[in-house]
Design a protein around this ligand. Structure first.
Ligand code: NAP
Length: 199
């Protein structure tokens, strides 16, 4: 088996994430992709405005039409800081040695990977797929990690969670940036300072 673990804050999940997962699944011939919303990403000072449960539920709504995709609450259930090495170790244990694991996330995050907890051990557990907007160079990554890392360009990553949160705060539309069910969920629970809105 070849399994992709899609790590991120997903605050909120959007089409950039979904396109990334689908492009990677296709290109790397993955049998499945598991989205893993983090509870609290290390090096981020504060807990995110949408609680981890909201981020998890939005991810579930977003992937529901793709049989290859699923969502795991492994990091949310565990709480505390979400260390990728611990998460990948758990997946390795449950899938077994024969399964090849790929950790998929944004290239900006992968560029910081040498600072992560037990990064060297992590690089023995999986290969890394760094997704970026066109033009990103992975030069900043030390050569020993570059060997385990694939860079893919995904134009749909022009969509960003930061931009979506900013739009909601200003009362601007977020239509077509994320799945409609996620959009409705955000307005229903007034996430990110959003006001009720007609569709
Ligand atoms: P981030 O810094 O919020 O995101 C960096 C960039 O990557 C943003 O542009 C983001 O876009 C994009 N991105 C994030 N997840 C993506 C995905 N799955 N596919 C495509 N683009 C993505 O990163 P983060 O979300 O906090 O962390 C990313 C992953 O790295 C998480 O799984 C986290 O747990 C892990 N991490 C581990 C450690 C550690 O083990 N010590 C430390 C840091 C991060 P959006 O804002 O639009 O999502």
């Amino acid at each position: 088996m070849r399994v992709g673990i899609m790590g991120g804050t997903f605050n909120p999940i959007h089409y950039g994430h979904l396109v990334t997962a689908e492009v990677v699944r296709d290109r790397f011939k993955l049998d499945r992709v598991i989205f893993v919303p983090s509870y609290h990403t290390p090096y981020k000072g504060r807990i995110h405005p949408a609680s981890s449960r909201h981020r998890y539920k939005m991810a579930k709504l977003a992937i529901e039409n793709n049989d290859y995709f699923s969502v795991s609450d492994i990091e949310i259930k565990k709480g505390g800081k979400s260390y990728t090495r611990d998460t990948m170790k758990e997946f390795k244990k449950s899938f077994g040695k024969e399964t090849k694991l790929f950790f998929i996330t944004g290239a900006d995050a992968i560029a910081q990977m040498p600072r992560w907890k037990r990064a060297k051990e992590l690089s023995t557990l999986c290969e890394f797929i760094a997704a970026s907007r066109p033009g990103f160079k992975l030069r900043r990554l030390p050569v020993k990690y570059q060997r385990h890392t694939h860079l893919i360009e995904v134009p749909a990553l022009a969509i960003s969670s930061t931009d979506i949160r900013g739009r909601l705060k200003k009362g601007e539309t977020i239509k077509y940036l994320l799945p409609e069910d996620v959009e409705k969920y955000i307005y229903k629970y007034r996430l990110y300072g959003s006001k009720p809105r007609r569709y």
